[in-house]
Design a binder for this molecule. Structure first.
Ligand SMILES: Nc1ncnc2c1ncn2[C@@H]1O[C@H](COP(=O)(O)OP(=O)(O)O)[C@@H](O)[C@H]1O
Ligand SMILES: [Mg+2]
Length: 265
């Protein structure tokens, strides 16, 4: 984190999230893996962005780096004009807990904590006073106001993901990241989860970045970004399920053709 606030215009004032040439490399037995290869983007407040791409294209790495759960190998990430790197681990964690919510594919609830305790955990970890009324209100909104004392194991998958959404939203984050949040759910639960995420954008003005494989889910977003081999290779505004599916097919063919060229086949 920057110790001093840099000039706002240098950071693209108005952009709630900005990535500048972010790369992430992993050492693996087979050599260096370029999970992200120079990704730049800037998102306005109150926007809903879907991220799509083949398995292994870097979608999860992008979200982890943008959310401060992982650090880029190079490049910079700004949230609300404040750089999310350079500070200590503790500073980063405090910053992240205050401004960022994260929803995982497999919910990641703590099994021994109740619905209410799971929801307020990030607030408690941040050392802030828990506003019980606010947590209950958030759980009411996701339809779980009558399950406060249940354990995750007593809930369906869709209900567990709704707890995870309440947990992501309760501190009033600027940006919410969701990595395949409907990937483990049946169609009806998926629809409910999407509606709640969309409501967080349209009613509360949160900025949402969601990875999905589903063109119908992606069509809920304002724009879709397409990743391949760690790079942004396409973008679609005002997507529909049909235009998303068409673009995915076109890009998949294009990427395969490019690979054949680069491999000299
Ligand atoms: N911790 C890690 N160590 C080594 N390689 C990794 C690690 N995490 C991801 N990768 C590799 O980085 C690439 C991108 O992975 P990921 O971001 O999970 O893709 P996606 O979410 O699009 O499926 C893949 O080749 C993956 O194997
Ligand atoms: Mg992934």
């Amino acid at each position: 984190m920057s110790q001093h606030a840099p000039p706002a215009d240098a950071l693209g004032a108005g952009h709630v999230l900005r990535l500048d040439a972010v790369t992430k490399h992993y050492e693996s037995p087979g050599g260096l893996v370029r999970a992200l290869d120079g990704v730049s983007l800037a998102l306005d407040g109150g926007s809903f962005t879907a991220v799509m791409g083949p398995s292994g294209s870097g979608k999860s790495t992008l979200l982890q780096c943008a959310a401060g759960l992982d650090s880029p190998s190079s490049g910079r990430v700004f949230v609300d004009g404040t750089e999310m790197s350079g500070g200590s681990e503790a500073q980063l964690t405090t910053f992240r807990r205050g401004r960022i919510g994260f929803v995982f594919q497999h919910f990641n609830l703590l099994p021994t904590l109740t619905v209410l305790q799971n929801t307020t955990l990030p607030v408690r970890l941040a050392g802030k006073r828990v506003n019980r009324a606010q947590a209950v209100e958030t759980l009411n909104r996701v339809g779980l106001g009558d399950r406060l004392d249940h354990l995750p194991s007593q809930l369906s998958g869709g209900q567990q993901q709704r707890v995870a959404i309440a947990r992501a939203l309760v501190a009033g984050p600027r940006v919410v990241f969701a990595d395949e949040p409907t990937g483990a759910l049946d169609t009806r639960s998926a629809r409910e989860v999407l509606a709640l995420l969309q409501e967080a954008v349209r009613i509360d003005g949160r900025t949402l970045v969601m990875v999905t494989h589903d063109p119908v889910a992606a069509a809920h977003a304002d724009q879709v970004l397409f990743l391949a081999d760690g790079r942004l290779v396409g973008r679609l505004d005002r997507p529909t399920a049909v235009t998303v599916a068409d673009t995915m097919t076109r890009l998949t063919d294009q990427v395969a053709a490019d690979r054949r060229v680069s491999e000299g086949v």
